[in-house]
Ligand binder design. Sequence first.
Ligand code: NAD
Length: 501
Amino acid sequence: MTLSPDAKRFHDVAGRLSLPSQAFIDGRFQAAHSGRTFETLNPATGNVIGLVAKAEAADVDLAVTAARRSFRDGSWSRCAPEHRKSVLLRLAQLVRDHAEELAVLESIDSGKTITDCLAEIGEHVPTFFQWYGELADKSFGKVAPTGEDALALILKEPVGVVGLVLPWNFPLLMAAWKLAPALACGCSTVVKPAEQTPLSALRLAELAMEAGLPAGVLNVVPGFGETAGQAIGRHRDIDVVSFTGSTEVGALFLRYASESNLKPVGLEMGGKSPLVVLDDAEIDDHLISNAVSAACWNGGQNCSANMRQIVHAKQKEAFLQKVVEGVTALKVGDPLDPETQMGAMVTHEHMERVASYVDKGRREGARVAYANDGKHGQGFFLNPTVFDGVTPDMAIAREEIFGPVLGVIEAADNAEALDIALDTPYGLHASVFTRDMDKAMHFARRLPCGTVSINCFSEGDVKTPFGGYKQSGSLARDNGVEAMDQYVQTKTVWFHLKPTG
Ligand code: NAD
């Protein structure tokens, strides 16, 4: 393979990386209690890049013990909020300083493009630590109105030890979405990265110690869902779990909680989000590049991806032609090449699962408007597919595929477009394109989902809450001031005051 100079530079960085391989518990790296390890692969080559400690229930227990001890000793949970702020700001800066190393680590562990990894890790991850660090000393309690014989304080206290269970599609970004507010609130944490992508969270834990986080406040237990994940879900000394992943596993966390200590569980789960093009939308380059990103960004491995693209009948042909042109132009291949726009699927198994939906779409009678069986090396690469003639009853229109399979559904009019958009058990995100503000607001109000983006494909930013209605989430939200609610308890302190003087 001939590499461009930029790609070669990132391959060289990859060659020099020393990969974390142990669990991070109580401020230090350590082997799994059992001594077992598991392989982590580079999806772009299919090769094993390292062995990682296989944390199981005993390791989760050690991590929870360390987290509880650190929570009780108060070095983080009861310290001055200005101190928490300064540590989180230092961590933000350390992530920026190590952005290239972390981005390459993320790319080789996940198959994500280096361009996306640099944006996520160089810009967004530090922004989260900075923004929540800044909030740490600006979050106030309340005083309730009372007569003069009383004083009623409403206090917000860190909830305690929180378990953070993460997916593989945005490994470090999802860690930051949860860790930044949890740490800003003063909680101690046990993080379980997805088994497919354990490396970046481990390296982050090391940087957090360098930033001054006390030992035990941030523990990382790399391991599998059924063992390490379940041990977190069922642990009686974990006060709250915040989970991001599939709806199926989210439901298991509710069961684990009900069968253990009734811990609250914040759930951010799957989706089958619509993108709706109304009768008056302009089918211009902006709309098309957003529609293509909505389906193909991160290889379609994105919870808020818009795979159901519902288009008004009079716009359908123009839209389809341009969206196919847009998808055709996408550069799929070596994730470490900055020119690449779509890297590899995370695992061979996931690639096969997505490919099986392409077969299913064909069998269901959808028309293939774009497909490409070009190869990109030994890894888990899958080119995008565009289906036309998708109907709302097809599996490819109903089930979360989590890969680059864009389905165009024609709607007779705007009202039918809304009915089709509503016809899903999920409620994470929707994109609506129109030039008419009234229509935009009508759709925004009617769509039961956590985020509606108008005339763009967007998940908002650090300041705006993100989460799902229906089977995409619980009432918990990541991001925004609202994320803090997952990690605090509310306490009333009622004083009886004697009249004096
Ligand atoms: P997943 O549900 O398979 O795994 C998520 C996490 O749960 C992993 O850490 C995994 O090890 C753990 N897990 C798996 N089985 C478990 C079990 N039996 N008990 C306890 N823990 C278990 O999800 P995934 O494949 O890693 O990620 C893809 C899913 O995540 C998609 O459905 C996607 O929509 C969703 N997602 C949602 C958001 C959001 O904010 N709503 C963001 C990213 C991804």
